[in-house]
Design a protein around this ligand. Structure first.
Ligand code: ADP
Ligand code: MG
Length: 231
């Protein structure tokens, strides 16, 4: 059996003093291998997003932070990484998509420029990438998420796009550097039912093609096939 992409053991995350409880979550164990899906199930407020943000290193530390446990990503404990170390992983080895793409996109920047920012943030992984090559990577990423006329979309501002198209752009951002792990935190809550199904099918298709592990907190028949569950 291969090394899991992510293995969380005994994780507990503390909340600030005065919160409704001391720990947001405790005793969390989960394990996911390449190409597999893990659905995290639990009622609203039970801490699913907390776990996702902990893996991404996006908790507002020190107010909210992991207090015990370990999170082995590709065999290395994420809790031992400093902020720069976590930043290097975010967007490259670990991608994340959120509930509402409108808040994740900058309204005054063209879609293509926003995708290119990921390449700039991880420029050391792509030495000597020319602007033309960067543009090609952006267009390819938009094509991967099956957006029609990717050149036009790259030059558009987010308000020109539908909700489903915006979520596709966010998926393009999350996947452009081919992460080993995609964390999807309610990726379809803000979308209508038909679009939800299309987006989930797209994530599935890309997951298979790229042999990517996916952690998702939604319970949808499209995601249960071949997936695993944990509470
Ligand atoms: N800054 C904070 N101060 C106090 N409590 C917080 C804070 N952030 C989160 N929480 C607590 O964590 C819970 C949120 O968990 P969350 O991961 O968003 O749940 P889920 O994603 O499962 O709906 C809230 O119910 C609240 O109790
Ligand atoms: Mg949540």
């Amino acid at each position: 059996m291969s090394t899991p992409v992510l293995e969380v053991r005994g994780l507990a995350i503390k909340l600030p003093a005065g919160a409704d409880r001391v720990l947001a979550v405790e005793g969390i164990d989960l394990k996911i291998e390449a190409g597999k899906t893990l659905c995290v199930v639990g009622e609203s407020g039970s801490g699913k997003s907390m776990i996702a943000n902990a893996v991404m290193g996006l908790l507002p530390r020190p107010h909210v932070e992991p207090v015990v446990g370990s999170m082995l990503f590709e065999g290395e404990d994420l809790l031992l990484r400093n902020e720069a170390g976590l930043r290097a992983l975010r967007g490259s080895r670990i991608g994340m998509i959120f509930q509402d793409p409108i808040f994740a996109l900058n309204p005054v920047m063209r879609v293509g420029e926003q995708i290119a920012e990921v390449l700039d943030a991880h420029a050391s992984l792509l030495p000597g990438l020319s602007s033309a090559q960067k543009r090609e990577r952006v267009i390819a990423a938009l094509r991967d998420v099956e957006l029609p006329e990717p050149e036009l979309i790259a030059d558009a501002y987010p308000f020109r796009l539908s909700g489903g198209q915006r979520q596709r752009v966010m998926i393009a951002v999350a996947l452009i550097l081919e992460p080993a792990l995609l964390i999807a935190d309610e990726p379809t809550t803000a979308l209508d039912t038909t679009t939800q199904a299309l987006i989930l099918d797209l994530i599935r298709k890309l997951q298979t093609r790229k042999r990517m592990a996916v952690i998702c907190d939604i319970h949808h028949p499209r995601f249960r096939r071949g997936g695993e569950e944990c509470r």
